[in-house]
Design a protein around this ligand. Sequence first.
Ligand SMILES: NC(=O)c1ccc[n+]([C@@H]2O[C@H](COP(=O)([O-])OP(=O)(O)OC[C@H]3O[C@@H](n4cnc5c(N)ncnc54)[C@H](O)[C@@H]3O)[C@@H](O)[C@H]2O)c1
Length: 416
Amino acid sequence: MRKNLNKDTGGFSRRDFIKASAVLAAAGLGANRLYAAGSDKIRVGLIGCGGRGNGALGNHLAACKHIGKDVEVVATADWFKGRAEGAGKRHGVPAERCFAGANGYKQLLATDIDVVVIATSPNFRPVHFEAAIKAGKHVFMEKPVAVDPPGGRRVIAAGELAKEKGLGVVAGTQRRHQRGYRRQAFEIENGAKGKVTGGRVSWCGGALWYQRQKEGESDADYMVRNWVSFTGMSGDHIVEQHVHNLDVASWFIGRPPVSALGFGGRARRKTGDQFDFHSIDFDWGQGVNIHSMCRQINGTEGGVWENFVYSGSDKKVDVPDFEEHGGAYVQEHVDLLNSILAGKPLNEARNVAEATLTAIMGRIATYTGRKIKWADLTKNKNSQWYNFTLKPTAEDFEKGPVTAPEDEIAAIPGKD
Ligand SMILES: NC(=O)c1ccc[n+]([C@@H]2O[C@H](COP(=O)([O-])OP(=O)(O)OC[C@H]3O[C@@H](n4cnc5c(N)ncnc54)[C@H](O)[C@@H]3O)[C@@H](O)[C@H]2O)c1
């Protein structure tokens, strides 16, 4: 018989919730609560009111409705005032709680929200995520979560703090909340397929949008608007998009990779400093290699997928019929909220940070033409990559004017 592991909390009432909170408080886990004191509504804020931010907020509201909880959008924050107010207006947020600029996220985190949805460009994620956890908020954050090794490690550290504080953290990697993937992961974890012995992963498609700098526009505004063109803002498309597929590889193999060696280049892009394509051999250790490819060039063969080869097994397992309400985009929020209400908050910070670091390792390999080791990003403090930081940093944006890298100058492999 199939079990549904992921049913909503159903009749979990406010009284039950208060009882659970009291137990948690007695156990020293007072921060593990969903509602602000004295409120019957989940109070949510949004940092990054662009396409995905507005989408993710809608998904959060749909998830609240699905599990039968009232919700209020309390505050919004965006680099651009108009975007913060636009999102705010759609949800009845007064203009004084629509915050703007590089420091607007701090004002939003000072409000009494319970949950924050974070969907800016990835370069700001480590700073915003760490601040959200320090402020005691549950977090839904979009992938990827960093653009360089120190950023990835900062997210892992903030994720550990979230565990200590009993806060829930879910990332927008989607596949970990998608029924088909979860069924396959369940089979692997329970021995029905054997181990992954090799595979290939792909995110290939056409060119993304880009923006030109306007007359008189600051470099900061230009970079924020045109973030998908700059490695320092997006991590490059290997990090920004292909992170989904690399995350599945780590999940199914059960550990992060050991090293990356590959090549890539830039042929068609119009702005920024990213590559158009990457092809990488990831060594996942224990004799497992995964070929990863990603490309953004119009008129070329596309494909988004993960294929794995397994050692095989005769074991039959009873695979649960995992819930997927409203697709993975909504289910991510359902799982976050249910986990908090059940007193066992999900914490996906390490998973998404390691998937992001995997993609960053691949990018450094293709930009330099050298073999790059996982330990050089995560453990070996003497490595040139351990503290390798892309500029301008998120803190630079907060301090004042920044200078954008010159458009159309990209890395040249073999040239240090
Ligand atoms: N999981 C998915 O399927 C999926 C899909 C699309 C995008 N994404 C991710 O979502 C994130 C946002 O992507 P998008 O397509 O919405 O981009 P977008 O450009 O439409 O929106 C980003 C918004 O963040 C704002 N912003 C940037 N820096 C900020 C700062 N420091 N403080 C406050 N606001 C700031 C921008 O002004 C903009 O409104 C990215 O990390 C992207 O990779 C995920």
